[in-house]
Ligand binder design. Structure first.
Ligand SMILES: [Mg+2]
Length: 361
């Protein structure tokens, strides 16, 4: 029988707690990423590498960086608004393709994940961007739910961390090639019954923890702890790990105020980005400038793909949404969804003016 493929959860703090650089490096060395263990759930859930400290580091409740620390971080990850001209200059002769995370990027992080609505003005900004550039929403949420929030049929949607991809429903979407319009890609469909079962188990097991909310995102399950008292985080993580011990083909990752259970396959937001570019006919790196905006640990997989593509040649732009310094592979930063909207509107205006200039020539 084939040995179950077990992947060690992402264990290092994100962002690292202040002054914890050395400790984080040690943890990274001890645990590594994507390590094939073959040791079953015991290895997957190795308590020393993962737990409430890691949850705390991923979900800072009072992350006030000193001014110098922030200034140094901003030098490494300057504002995408401040460097707007530099970003659009890199797109010369290339097609910009937009990738947008949802929670914390287009909508604010709120206590109730079911109430993470985007504003009408943000919706209009995204609609305007999609008129000029192929645009995809890449989210940890299930595709149907993120579509209910965004409500724009002309976009591409990659739900469940890219494990559920669909092209635009709107036939008139001007960017979609025939192949991309009909695209539906679900690399983890065999896991659906297992995810369903784990969702029910997690609802049951976390019932006694006030504020815990379990969300079925079709190809993954999210356990939100943004409303759980910090004193209960340890108990919550133990409950989740207890359930996961029985499912060695699933892995546990963590995001901002959320624990996530997903299939242990090598598929993430970065792979989804590459898949969508290829579907759009941009497998050739030289004629496209992907721009990815996201705020979470899971968006780092996409930032890494862009960094790899880029190699200093302007072939991809990663923008992290964060008010506080965080360890990131993104090149630029924006502070909050309001700045994301400003960036999107500037992009639309820049494109409109470029077209007008071309018409005059
Ligand atoms: Mg997010």
């Amino acid at each position: 029988m084939a040995k179950p493929s077990v992947v060690v959860p992402e264990v290092f703090p994100y962002p690292p707690p202040r002054g914890a650089g050395i400790a984080a490096a040690v943890v990274r060395r001890k645990c590594g990423l994507q390590v094939e263990l073959g040791a079953g759930a015991a290895g997957l859930l190795g308590g020393a590498c993962w737990g409430v400290e890691s949850m705390r580091a991923s979900s800072p409740t009072h992350a006030k960086a000193v001014d110098e620390e922030r200034a140094a971080w901003m030098v490494r990850h300057p504002s995408a608004l401040g460097k707007f001209e530099q970003i659009v200059a890199a797109s010369e002769g290339k097609r910009i393709v937009m990738f947008l995370d949802y929670d914390g990027t287009l909508s604010p992080i709120v206590d109730d994940p079911d109430a993470a609505f985007m504003s009408e003005t943000m919706r209009m900004a995204v609609r305007s961007v999609a008129k000029h550039f192929p645009t995809a929403i890449v989210s940890g949420r299930c595709r149907d739910k993120v579509f209910e929030f965004v409500k724009l049929a002309e976009l591409y949607y990659a739900g469940s961390h890219g494990m559920d991809i669909k092209g635009p429903a709107k036939a008139s979407s001007r960017h979609a090639k025939a192949k991309a319009k009909g695209v539906v890609f679900q690399p983890a469909s065999e896991f659906l019954p297992m995810i369903e079962e784990v969702h029910e188990r997690l609802v049951e097991t976390t019932r006694c923890i006030p504020g815990a909310k379990v969300e079925n995102n079709k190809f993954c399950v999210s356990v939100h702890f943004r409303c759980v008292d910090e004193k209960m985080w340890g108990e919550l993580s133990e409950s989740v790990k207890g359930v996961l011990r029985e499912y060695p083909k699933l892995r546990l990752t963590q995001g901002r105020m959320v624990l996530e259970v997903r299939p242990a396959i090598k598929w993430d937001k970065g792979k989804a980005l590459e898949f969508l570019l290829e579907s759009l006919g941009f497998a050739d790196y030289s004629n496209v400038l992907p721009v990815y905006i996201g705020d979470d640990r899971t968006d780092e997989d996409a930032f890494k793909v862009l960094r790899r593509r880029d190699q200093g040649q302007g072939q991809g732009v990663g923008i992290l949404v964060s008010k506080h310094p965080k360890e990131t592979t993104a090149s630029y930063s924006l502070q909050e969804p309001a700045e994301v909207m400003e960036f999107l509107l500037r992009l639309v205006e820049w494109k409109r003016l470029s077209r007008a200039r071309l018409r005059l020539q």
